[in-house]
Design a binder for this molecule. Structure first.
Ligand SMILES: Cc1ccc([C@@H]2N[C@@H](C)[C@@H](O)[C@H]2O)cc1
Length: 452
């Protein structure tokens, strides 16, 4: 290991209360909102199938033309309490919202720019309304902030001249000021989700990325910062040149998940995946027929897969320009609510169990109670699921969360293997079974972490 000045600052999982809460939240809501919601994937009468929040890039719109969209920013139907209520009912424990996406438009009245809501026809302080409404219903709020900025004149993709150097110094001051402003205006914020940090200009400023992390933690002890912010002395990102994770949790899983076969290393760290409901739309796109749109059961599997590997999941919505939520997203949240009302106990504070992965679905161990759950997604034609337990561990009982008074039949399959008999050949939604497990010494937790 070489000594790094701007590499990882600590090893292992943070054990303070703020991080423990992040880890127990498990299920969060991602909100992508900005001027891009106004065109909603369509420019000059042409629909662009790419991610709607990148329309400025796909349609090659000059920044000064794109910026005129500010004159159409008028979400007169926006109701933060309604959004917060829907999120609460759906069972989201935290929420991450775009303060400023790559377009550079700020959804709060910033002292440091006129490209913000204060300069739009509708001057509502979106960040203020949202953090108040969500905090009031008990949902933790995190801020997404894009370092990449297509609007700001001092942003640079690379530093190749003295002029670039001076411009980027001004840009770094702009960002430092905005981040300080966000924490001072909204002190309930729990952490920052940085994006837009892949360009050479940022990779050459690893020291700055550490300073941002340190500044935020000094402004608010316990602040949580994602690995995507960070570059080290040599421009290595997320993981420093000694392969040590930077930031407080790994944020590399965007629209993809770690594999149970190849990536169990993630279970040794805190991490969070983020997902879109369409194949690739974060901001509002008016035409979702351009790609596959995940069903609620698909979304539930993404959530379960993350928690079963000891991670968090942010499920994204892209609100409409008028401030309302599209019907598909409202229906999705209602169906997530119906499933979480019955099965949420398997998700919240859920963690990696470490037993042999089975094709029928996932195991989740509760970090606090050590309860073990089997979440069935692929119902076997045999109508029995196999549970293979580590040496000396056995399954005493199996109760469906849908009705815990019901006991599922358990039969011997072989050494350290049992069948759990399912009550029916197919289900409408993932079927969750709570297992009563006993260890050879009977103590709790012995079975939690099989050596893998
Ligand atoms: C290539 C690429 C760059 C940026 C993104 C942004 N990260 C997601 C979390 C969204 O904000 C998307 O616009 C996605 C893909």
């Amino acid at each position: 290991n070489e000594s790094l000045k701007y590499g990882s600052q600590y090893e292992g999982k943070r054990q303070d209360e703020a991080m423990q809460k992040f880890r127990e939240n498990r299920l969060g809501q991602f909100i992508h909102w900005g001027l891009y919601a106004i065109p909603g994937g369509k420019w000059d009468g042409k629909i662009y199938p790419g991610a709607a929040e990148w329309l400025q890039s796909w349609a090659d719109v000059p920044p000064e033309e794109w910026s005129k969209l500010i004159n159409q920013w008028n979400p007169d139907e926006f109701d933060a309490q309604e959004w917060a209520h829907m999120a609460k009912e759906a069972g989201f424990k935290y929420m991450t919202v775009t303060t400023k996406h790559h377009e550079g438009f700020c959804l709060w009245p910033s002292e440091y720019t006129d490209f913000d809501v204060a300069s739009a026809p509708n001057k509502t302080d979106i960040m203020g309304e949202l953090i108040d409404a969500y905090t009031k219903v008990g949902i933790d709020v995190y801020f997404y902030y894009s370092i990449l900025d297509w609007h700001h004149p001092d942003w640079r993709y690379d530093i190749k001249s003295e002029e670039d150097e001076q411009a980027f110094e001004r840009y770094k001051t702009y960002v430092d000021n905005q981040l300080t402003e966000l924490v001072e205006r909204y002190p309930e914020v729990k952490g920052f989700w940085f994006d837009g940090t892949w360009d050479k200009s940022v990779k050459k400023n690893g020291k700055w990325t550490l300073e941002i992390q340190q500044m935020l933690k000094s402004l608010k002890p316990g602040m949580i910062v994602n690995s995507r912010l960070r570059a080290d002395d040599h421009g290595s990102r997320h993981f420093d040149s000694n392969d040590k994770l930077m930031g407080d949790y790994e944020s590399g899983y965007e629209r993809r998940l770690p594999s149970f076969r190849e990536d169990t290393i993630v279970t040794t760290r805190d991490w969070e995946a983020v997902m879109t409901v369409p194949e690739n739309q974060w901001g509002y796109h008016q035409d979702w027929s351009v790609s596959h749109v995940k069903s609620t059961n698909e979304v539930l599997e993404w959530i379960t897969h993350s928690v079963a590997m000891g991670g968090n999941m942010l499920v994204n919505i892209g609100p409409k320009p008028d401030g309302t939520i599209r019907q598909q997203e409202k229906t999705l949240m209602k169906e997530i609510e119906q499933w979480m009302d019955i099965n949420g106990e398997a998700i919240y504070a859920g963690d990696y169990l470490g037993w042999e992965k089975q094709d029928w679905g996932y195991y989740i161990a509760d970090q606090k109670t050590n309860e073990v759950y089997a979440l069935v997604f692929n119902v076997p034609v045999t109508q029995k699921i196999t549970v293979a337990t580590p040496e000396g561990i056995s399954i005493e009982e199996a109760h469906p969360l849908k009705d815990e008074s019901e006991s599922l039949k358990i039969s011997e399959k072989g050494p350290n293997e049992v069948f759990i008999h399912l009550p029916q050949p197919m289900f409408e939604a993932p079927y969750v079974i709570k297992l009563k497990v006993s260890g050879k010494d009977g103590s709790k937790g012995t079975y939690r972490k099989a050596k893998t």
